[in-house]
Design a protein. Structure first.
Length: 182
């Protein structure tokens, strides 16, 4: 049961200002980190995004660009299975950041924990990160990438435990989830 949970916060559209990663090995979270990123649109910040995550220009003035951070991030992605809560958004941001800096897309596959939670906990009124975390009593600081990535990892672990999965592949198969190529 090995995978990496990912979450982005954005300054505007597909311009990341924070990334969070949580690595799971053998069904246990072994490492979680987050980094502030100076977005390519700096100093512009969409006021709505800023209100959601609370990250402002003053937080980002000394942050490094995504391309400068990539050498540290890349090992988390290579030959990995990624998971994100609303994976379409996070994978779009990742692809856009890689394209902006002309960086190669890593060899990785991904799945969405929203889709997984909809299959496992059909009774929930919503499958948003906040609702699923509240249902499982997972405490976190919402809309901060490190906390959101770790919460996503915990949700995926709980989902696979719920269906008594023997492996990541088994858990995805039991829920009819197909891995997508990054």
């Amino acid at each position: 049961m090995n995978f990496t949970a990912i979450d982005f916060e954005t300054a505007h559209a597909n311009y990341p200002c924070e990334i969070g990663l949580s690595k799971v090995e053998n069904g246990q979270i072994i490492d979680s980190k987050s980094w502030l990123i100076k977005p390519a649109c700096f100093p512009y910040m969409n006021p709505w995004n800023q209100r959601v995550h609370g990250i402002s220009n003053s937080h980002l003035v000394n942050a490094i660009n995504f391309d400068e951070l990539w050498s540290e991030l890349k090992p988390w992605f290579d030959d990995s299975t990624l998971v994100a809560h609303n994976a379409a958004f996070d994978m779009r941001v990742l692809r856009a950041a890689l394209a902006h800096y002309d960086l190669a897309i890593p060899n990785a596959e991904y799945f969405c924990s929203v889709s997984l939670s909809k299959k496992v906990w059909k009774n929930l009124p919503s499958h948003s990160l906040g609702v699923v975390c509240e249902y499982h009593n997972i405490k976190f600081r919402h809309h901060r990438a490190g906390d959101d990535a770790e919460a996503c990892a915990k949700i995926a672990i709980k989902a696979f435990e719920t269906v008594q999965a023997n492996s990541l592949e088994d858990g995805l198969k039991k829920n009819g989830i197909i891995l997508k190529k990054l």
